[in-house]
Structures are given as C-alpha cells and as structure tokens.
Ligand binder design. Structure first.
Ligand code: GTP
Ligand code: MG
Length: 288
C-alpha cells in the first residue's frame, strides 16, 4: 500500500536545495526569501558544497552590471543611495554562543538546544543604516572546532569585520580569544594591510562570570593591548547588547571604508597626474 505524504511535507525543500539557494543568493544576489527559511536554521548546519569565497562583490563602490554581479552601490535621481555588503566573521570556541548570537540578531529568537555548527553557516542581516544607506551584513558563523582545521584561511578571505565570542562561564574560552585573534590577524587584512576591526563579545552574561571579565578596567586594557575595537557583555538568551555590538562594528567598518576610499581616490589621482606629466615630457601629449 502506498503511504500518503502530506502536501506540506512535499513542499519542503531538502537541505541540499536550501544550501544551493543560499549560495546562489550570496554569489549572485538572486532574491532569497530568508524569512520563510529562518526557522529552519538549526536544521541547516551542513557546510555548503563551496563556500562563497570569490567575494569580488564585497568591494565597495563597484557599480552593478547585470547578472552575476550583486549590486554594491547605486544612485537614484535625487540622492546618492549607498548599498553596502559586508562580510563579517563570527568566531570563538565551541559552545561560546556564536550561532545563538546570530539567531538572536537576525532571526530574533533563542533556544537552549545546542547543536554544534559544522564547518560554516551563513545568515544575512539587512540594516537601514540611514535614509541613504542600506547595509547588508553577511554573517559567517564559523564552527568552534574549525580553529584546529585548516579551512579558516578560506573562510576569512575578504572579511571586513569580525566578532570573537567567548563564554563568561568558562575561562578556557577566554584563554582561546588571543589564539583566535592571532589566527584572524595573520590570515586576513584590509587592503592597506591593517587588521580588520574586531569586537570581543563576552557572551552568556546572564550567568555567573569567571575571570577577567569581572573587572571592566582590566578588560578595557586587555582589549587595547590585543587590538580589539571594543568589547561588550552580551546575552543571546536575554538579548543584551547584541544590536549595540553590531552597531559598534559597523561604525568602525564604515569609518575604514571611507578612509580607504579616500586613500585609493588619492592614489588614482596621483597616478593620472604622473601619467599625464610623463606623457607631456615625452612629447606625446599636447598641453595647449
Ligand atoms: P559551535 O557551533 O560548536 O562552535 O558553538 P556556538 O558557539 O555556535 O554555540 P551555540 O550558539 O550553539 O550555543 C551553545 C550553547 O550555549 C547552547 O545550548 C545555547 O543555548 C547556549 N547559549 C548561547 N548563548 C547563551 C546565552 O547568552 N546565555 C545562556 N544562558 N546560554 C547561551
Ligand atoms: Mg554554532
């Protein structure tokens, strides 16, 4: 006898199909209905077959030119509208709360249920930063166990910001923070060679804390010495400071973006002046 399959079950996408749709979305900016899939995130922990690592589309200021290239900026008739896409890494030890923070930030929910991330998972957060600026944060949720693997270099590529997460109830996760930071700084830099901005998250602050995190001044010092942009006590469970931490990171990224764009504009100007001067010297260009 043939078993009847409920219609709802037939309409569900398989995990492979969902991963493919996500990849297409990230690589080609095809429309992607995140809301309908958000509740399935816990189901979707398998790594994509290819991490979207070409990432040319992260370069800011690039004009959209049709299919295959996501829009990164565009202008309308009255105002210059900016549309940024930033790749953000979320790293830290196993069970520190990376996935929970992302779920809270993007999908606005929390579960006590722990399911270790395998490889990497993705989420997209869209921010209407101001009336002329739309920011899309592509969050790369990298499994804690990946520090012992050799994929981090691939995952970190083209990132412009990072969160390092530790669990305030387990001091060993704080001890690993420096190792994560060293790994990060050695494998990814901004186009001028400086480290990417990194915000430290002392997660699970709804629980009793262990170690240095109990002393705010010492934590400030630690962050300064280790090159963190800022640090925040967060709780994915109680929704504490997650939006604030993200805002601090995005502010820093925008600041860097402006500086780097100014520098590259200056370089281009210098280059064209030198080119023109050389051409004149060689009699190839008429100055009249
Ligand atoms: P890996 O994927 O293995 O690297 O772990 P992870 O860093 O993604 O940890 P995950 O978000 O899966 O959380 C691990 C456990 O900690 C889960 O049981 C969560 O419910 C719990 N947890 C996460 N954040 C908080 C928090 O802010 N407070 C409390 N009390 N528990 C939390
Ligand atoms: Mg996880």
């Amino acid at each position: 006898m043939i078993e009847e399959v409920p219609e709802k079950r037939l309409n569900r996408r398989t995990r492979g199909e969902r991963n493919k749709r996500r990849e297409r979305y990230f690589l080609f900016n095809e429309s992607y209905d995140y809301d309908t899939e958000s509740d399935d995130l816990s189901d979707d922990m398998s790594p994509p077959s290819t991490p979207p690592a070409n990432n040319n589309f992260f370069k800011d200021g690039e004009k959209s030119s049709g299919e295959g290239k996501p829009k990164t900026s565009y202008a309308n008739k009255t105002t210059e509208r900016k549309d940024h896409l930033y790749k953000i890494l979320v790293i830290g030890d196993l069970g520190a709360g990376k996935t929970s923070i992302i779920k809270r930030y993007v999908h606005r929910f929390f579960t006590q249920h722990y399911r270790a991330t395998i490889g990497v998972d993705f989420a997209l957060k869209v921010l209407n930063w101001d009336e002329n600026t739309l920011i899309r944060l592509q969050l790369w949720d990298i499994a804690g166990q990946e520090r012992y693997g050799n994929m981090t270099r691939v995952y970190y590529k083209e990132a412009v910001g990072a969160f390092i997460v530790f669990d305030v109830t387990r001091i060993t996760t704080f001890e690993s923070v420096a190792k994560w930071k060293t790994d990060l700084d050695s494998k990814v830099q901004l186009s001028d060679g400086s480290p990417i901005p990194c915000v430290l998250l002392a997660n699970k602050c709804d629980q009793p804390k262990e170690g240095l995190v109990n002393n705010h001044n010492k934590m400030d010092e630690y962050c300064k010495e280790n090159g963190f942009t800022a640090w925040f006590e967060t709780s994915a469970k109680d929704n504490i400071n997650i939006d604030e931490a993200a805002r601090a990171l995005v502010n820093k990224i925008l600041e860097n973006d402006t500086l780097l764009n100014v520098e590259s504009a200056k370089d281009q100007e210098k280059f064209s002046i030198t080119k023109e001067a050389n051409a004149q010297r060689n009699g190839k260009l008429c100055s009249c």
